[in-house]
Design a protein around this ligand. Structure first.
Ligand code: ADP
Ligand code: MG
Ligand code: MG
Length: 249
């Protein structure tokens, strides 16, 4: 589903990703861990096609397409969903309008009929319920004044409604209390399927107690320096990242 080869990317003239390789198959859940500043969020921004993130070498193939040739909207329509560490607020645009416009665009791209208002509302309410966010948040401005936990739950609603094929969650677990963490984990688990993959960027093993990953990778200094099963996450929790220094060097 996703194949990243020898990816090099720079921001503000600084090389951040330096030869990153990653392959994620349909139905799989991958976790990416790694020290602060290693390039985890940069990888998300490059995948999203965020301006200012320049790919200088390498390739990204998504469902057989050259992802780097698509603009941000085309990537989302093609089934890529990215939940960022710091979700943006869009005051003045209601959450419901925003969700409806996003779902309409994705459905159109997939050759599906637009949902009528009633069916859409029904789905949006079901998603709110599953994300444990009261339905009146749908009427508020997108993330406007939402707490950290509410923003993460709102992202879960977006993800459930958009039915993407690849979801990257960047530190969705950071700053969440245990109840909110479980809501996010349950949401991810409920959405796991043979034709959908997840990349979970996380600092903590904690999330992985609830969402069992197929593969765990360590990103350090812009490259994946170690990959393994879920035992790798436990090992990192125990030993920290210092033991990887030789490998990085
Ligand atoms: P992580 O998510 O692994 O903590 P990031 O991808 O956020 O790391 O950052 C990797 C490095 O890139 C850091 O040194 C950070 O300061 C730098 N960086 C990220 N975005 C920018 C930017 N817009 N301008 C300059 N440097 C940046
Ligand atoms: Mg960080
Ligand atoms: Mg980050």
């Amino acid at each position: 589903m996703l194949k990243i080869e020898n990816l090099h990317a720079r921001v503000e003239g600084k090389d951040i990703l330096r030869g990153l390789n990653l392959e994620v198959g349909a139905g799989e859940v991958h976790a990416i861990m790694g020290p602060n500043g290693s390039g985890k969020s940069t990888l998300g921004h490059v995948l999203a096609g965020r301006p200012g993130y320049e790919v200088t070498e390498g390739s990204i193939t998504f469902n057989g397409e050259n992802l780097l040739e698509l603009d941000t909207e085309e990537r989302s329509r093609a089934g890529l969903f990215l939940a960022f560490q710091y979700p943006v607020e869009i005051p003045g645009v209601s959450n419901m309008e925003f969700l409806k416009a996003s779902v309409d665009a994705v459905r159109e791209h997939r050759g599906l009929e637009a949902l009528d208002a009633v069916s859409f509302m029904k789905r949006a309410r079901e998603a709110s319920k599953a994300a444990n966010l009261p339905a009146d948040f749908l009427k508020r401005g997108v993330n406007e004044g939402f707490s950290g936990g509410e923003k993460k739950r709102n992202e879960l609603i977006q993800m459930m409604l958009l039915e993407p094929s690849l979801c990257l969650l960047d530190e969705t677990d950071s700053g969440l209390d245990i109840d909110a963490l479980q809501v996010v984990a349950q949401g991810v688990n409920a959405m796991r399927s043979d034709d959908r993959a997840f990349v979970l960027v996380t600092h903590y093993q904690r999330l992985l107690d609830f969402v069992e990953p197929d593969r765990v990778h360590v990103l350090a200094e812009g490259r994946i320096v170690r990959s393994g099963g879920k035992e790798l996450a436990l090992h990192l929790e125990d030993k920290g990242y210092a033991w990887l220094e030789d490998e990085v060097a």
